[in-house]
Design a protein around this ligand. Structure first.
Ligand SMILES: [Zn+2]
Ligand SMILES: [Zn+2]
Length: 384
């Protein structure tokens, strides 16, 4: 599959650098894995648009691409074919995005993907909460409300940390830039190092008269209620990131994120295998022999299963699309109903009489019948 990088970014061939950057930013925000619950197709698109951007933003690479196409940027047909973005892995793509757009307010990325640099010194911490869900909630998706004790912006000083009526003043050491530069000498000549200003800790301003209520921090203890939207089909230990709902940074610094770690309560009725569910159904001798309509539970309520005449223990019925929703893909998994023919343990006089009568006319089971039923369900689920 050959992809034209201009088409990928949706820009004209004579697009300016600014246009390219703008187009990339918009697309990358839409398909960023962190916004799509790690959905595979979004991730692929994210990698592809990032690769296109990396080539077109660089005048030399762009010129080579314009003249020679993929071959001009070292992405020819070799290496096993497939999509052109195969040379770009997710962590590289995320690095590109972080480098050009990820500064400030995007610390959530590092929670999901590890690494990353936190360049906003005043960004507040992330808050991690456990979110308990039932299987029924997973089946339909839900909105959960959580109450969080954290720090909130100080109302007295509007988060600035400065006593009302006063202003933070520009730091004299760094002149407000928050950075100090040193010339240093190395074997290879002079070079410049940049480090955070020691006087203002990189903030560029200094509080001379701190607010009485928050002591200059700009935050006080508080509590808040947050609604978290949980999409259908999530799995245990998935994360949901709610941007900007973590702890605010000191002195109106950027807010951290709220990270909800999902804890899904087992439903004793079902075994979960991804989007598929397995339900064990007991049926009687007569239902097995004659067939029957039986009610079985699904995560969405009851449904009717037609048990065919001659059903054996260990056979599995597959109820298509009666399993859990497929996260981010649409559609549902299946519900597998595993049959157990139940042998009665107590018989009434009448039942005994009927069984005795039946025993006079029934056939012996064929030899070599067991085994294959379990194979059916093993095949259906891959493994069990
Ligand atoms: Zn205050
Ligand atoms: Zn300073």
């Amino acid at each position: 599959m050959k992809q034209d990088f201009y088409v990928v970014l949706g820009v004209q061939r004579d697009a300016s650098e600014a246009d390219i950057k703008k187009a990339y930013r918009k697309l990358a925000m839409e398909c960023h894995p962190d916004r799509n619950n790690g959905e595979k197709s979004a991730e692929e698109k994210f990698k592809l648009v990032t690769e296109a951007y990396e080539v077109l933003r660089d005048p030399d690479k762009r010129a080579a691409y314009d003249r020679y196409g993929m071959a001009g940027v070292g992405r020819g047909q070799g290496g096993g074919g497939g999509s052109s973005s195969m040379h770009f892995d997710l962590s590289e793509a995320l690095m590109v995005f972080m480098r050009d757009f990820g500064i400030g307010g995007s610390g959530g990325f590092e929670n999901l993907f590890g690494g990353g640099t936190r360049r906003d010194r005043r960004r507040g911490h992330d808050i991690k909460v456990g979110l308990k869900l039932t299987l029924a909630e997973v089946a339909t998706g839900t909105t959960k409300t959580v109450r969080i004790k954290s720090l909130e912006s100080c109302p007295e000083c509007a988060g600035t940390g400065a006593k009302p009526g006063t202003q933070p003043v520009q730091c004299g050491t760094c002149g407000g830039s928050g950075e100090v530069r040193h010339q240093a000498q190395s074997l290879f000549g002079q070079f410049l190092t940049v480090s955070p200003c020691p006087s203002c800790a990189g903030e560029g301003t200094i509080i001379q008269s701190p607010c009485d209520r928050c002591g200059g921090d700009g935050r006080i203890k508080g509590e808040k209620t947050i609604q978290i939207d949980v999409p259908a089909g999530v799995a245990d230990h998935h994360y949901l990131t709610v941007r900007g709902q973590g702890v605010p940074g000191p002195r109106n610094g950027a807010r951290g994120d709220l990270i909800a770690v999902l804890d899904i309560k087992e439903d004793p009725r079902f075994e979960r295998h991804g989007d598929d569910l397995v339900y064990d159904l007991g049926i009687t001798f007569t239902q097995a022999a004659l067939g029957a309509q039986v009610e079985v539970p699904t995560p969405f309520g009851q449904t009717t299963l037609r048990v065919e005449p001659g059903t054996q223990t260990g056979m599995a019925y597959r109820l298509r699309a009666k399993g859990l929703p497929r996260l981010g893909e649409g559609g549902h998994g299946d519900l597998h109903v595993r049959i157990h023919v139940w042998t009665p343990t107590k018989l009434t006089a009448e039942q005994r009489k009927l069984f005795e009568k039946l025993s006079e006319v029934e056939d012996a089971p064929p030899e070599k019948e067991s085994g294959k039923f379990w194979d059916t369900i093993r095949r259906a689920l891959g493994h069990l």
